[in-house]
Design a protein around this ligand. Structure first.
Ligand code: C2E
Ligand code: MG
Ligand code: MG
Ligand code: MG
Length: 296
């Protein structure tokens, strides 16, 4: 965006780096600016993990998804859609991903110790992280260091990730399952996974991509496709989670076709840890008067 280009121009002045306008188009200007500040973002503590609830069809919170946020000192909040692909390319995703995993698990254990109900936590993995040699050791270390129960950790991967190298992906997934963690396919329906392959993957859940849900109430095709995805999930004994649920109509429809769980702005937007905790506390008290003594 223009903000990012302007920021880059400022930085360029500071560092006295000279490029002609022909040398760099706007896109590479933005990338250069983001990339240089991404390198120091971790040590400058500019990352935050937000949490979005995952709920069953009765509206009970069953878990949460950890979603990374980057609070850039000059640009404000930068979307993960912008900086994750960059971190993928330059390898920074490895230390950043490790940090997200550790922060999310640590937070979940802290809430558990404060008397929260048992909630699962989902963490997104990127392709480079998934195939990284250090992944299994990293996850093991985080589980040990935080005392997190593996059964409460759900790793979200995508179809295109596993299709990248099916044989190796199956092996990694088997190792992860041995550790006791759960595996979900994120953005389901947008990738290229072959249905005959899907059954070979040791999975626990699929998440229907939000693009099927957003305009579902006006779109017969999307309704039918969503129904088919739910059927595939049931056939493979997987938990089916709908993403991007924004309205009660969408939720009612998903309930009528036996979707298991949902996430979306209808329940809550991704929230900073303290706000998420307050929301859980409020909903727990509402649903269960005996939980009034519950402390955050
Ligand atoms: P995702 O894993 O599919 O996460 C769902 C995205 O949909 C999130 O965007 C979330 O804020 C958004 N969302 C949730 N409910 C609604 C809704 O009702 N309506 C709409 N319009 N959007 C909704 P976000 O947080 O911007 O993240 C975008 C993507 O960035 C994520 O998609 C995920 O692929 C990636 N990402 C986020 N955090 C991490 C991370 O820690 N590691 C990695 N590798 N990727 C991450
Ligand atoms: Mg996800
Ligand atoms: Mg994702
Ligand atoms: Mg998704």
């Amino acid at each position: 965006s223009a903000d990012i280009a302007m920021y880059y121009a400022k930085e360029r002045g500071k560092n006295n780096v000279q490029f002609s306008s022909e040398e760099l188009n706007t896109v590479s200007l933005e990338r250069f600016a983001l990339e240089s500040s991404l390198r120091s973002a971790l040590e400058n503590q500019e990352f935050k993990v937000y949490y979005q609830s995952k709920q069953d069809m009765k509206g009970h919170v069953t878990g949460m998804e950890a979603l990374l946020r980057w609070q850039h000192p000059d640009l404000g909040l930068v979307s993960p859609m912008e900086f994750i692909p960059l971190a993928e390319e330059n390898g920074l995703i490895i230390p950043i991903g490790r940090w997200v995993l550790k922060t999310a698990c640590w937070q979940n254990v802290a809430w558990q110790n404060q008397g929260f109900p048992e909630l699962s936590i989902a963490v997104n993995l990127s392709v480079r992280q998934f195939f990284d040699k250090g992944l299994l050791v990293d996850i093991n270390t985080v589980l040990q260091e935080t005392g997190m129960s593996p059964a409460l950790l759900e790793l979200e991967i995508t179809e295109s990730m596993v299709m990248h190298d099916v044989k190796q992906a199956i092996q990694i997934l088997r190792e992860l399952k041995k550790m006791g963690v759960r595996i979900a396919i994120d953005d389901f329906g947008t990738g290229y996974s072959s249905l005959s392959r899907l059954k070979d993957f040791p999975l626990d859940a699929i998440k229907i991509d939000g693009s099927f849900i957003y305009d579902m109430t006006d779109c017969t095709e999307n309704k039918k496709l969503t129904e088919s995805i739910i059927e595939i999930g049931k056939t493979l004994s997987l938990t089916v989670i709908a993403e991007g649920v924004e309205t009660v109509e969408q939720l009612n429809y998903l309930r009528s076709i036996s979707c298991d769980q949902f996430q979306g702005f209808y329940a809550n937007e991704p929230l900073p840890a303290t706000e998420f905790a307050a929301m859980i506390q409020a909903s727990t008290i509402m649903n269960n008067p005996a939980a009034r003594s519950f402390k955050v």
